[in-house]
Design a protein around this ligand. Structure first.
Ligand SMILES: Cc1cc2nc3c(=O)[nH]c(=O)nc-3n(C[C@H](O)[C@H](O)[C@H](O)COP(=O)(O)OP(=O)(O)OC[C@H]3O[C@@H](n4cnc5c(N)ncnc54)[C@H](O)[C@@H]3O)c2cc1C
Length: 163
């Protein structure tokens, strides 16, 4: 066991928008024990010793740019900003990632969109004939109300398909 634990909390985001929680900088007693926080950084790789024990996290700083037209923010790595930190344990807490890429999706032969969710047209129809997708699997992690609405749209589309 190390005699001192230094928490390094890393985040790729520097701002948020609906439906994400607004970013609020909170400092708890746990942080005060010795935490270093870094924002707008991305992990490029982990390296370790021959025994497969992770030893270093390699990172790069990010520049987030918000397009004027309201399109999703664009993340760019800042050239020459690479750095690394010593680590002996890495915990990944990456919420709001895409649908699980399971054998089911593979066997159904559905295509995925750029964010790794199930690609559909406006009628919730996937690229595999007769296979429909709705809710988080199609939109990415979102809200219950959105999923209910999507489910209704999918049900109507399936009804039309069957007729
Ligand atoms: C911690 C947490 C807190 C949240 N809090 C809120 C909140 O306060 N308000 C809000 O509006 N939203 C909240 N959400 C989001 C909300 O839960 C989701 O947007 C919503 O549940 C998505 O509904 P869904 O039907 O698309 O997917 P899900 O609810 O995920 O349903 C998918 C279902 O498919 C099943 N399944 C998966 N694979 C298979 C398979 N191979 N075969 C058969 N079944 C399968 C799963 O077991 C699951 O029951 C929260 C989400 C999380 C994770």
């Amino acid at each position: 066991m190390p005699s001192a634990v230094v928490w390094q909390l890393l985040s790729v985001r520097i701002f948020s928008h609906w439906p994400y929680w607004p970013n609020i900088l909170r400092t708890s007693t746990s942080h005060q024990e010795g935490c270093r926080r870094e924002w707008a950084v991305s992990v490029t790789q982990f390296t370790g010793g021959y025994d497969a024990q992770v030893q270093k996290a390699h990172l790069v700083r990010l520049d987030w740019q918000r397009p004027e037209n309201g399109a999703p923010a664009v993340m760019a790595e800042i050239t020459g900003s690479d750095f690394s930190i010593d680590v002996d344990l890495v915990l990944l807490a990456m919420g709001f990632v895409h649908v699980e890429h399971s054998r089911l999706l593979e066997d159904l032969g559905v295509s995925l969109d750029q964010r790794g969710n199930i690609l559909t047209d406006n009628n919730c129809q996937t690229t595999a004939d007769g296979i429909f997708a709705a809710g988080d699997a199609q939109t990415g992690a979102s809200l219950v109300v959105g999923s209910i609405n999507q489910g209704r749209l999918a049900a109507q589309a399936i009804d039309r398909y069957l007729k």
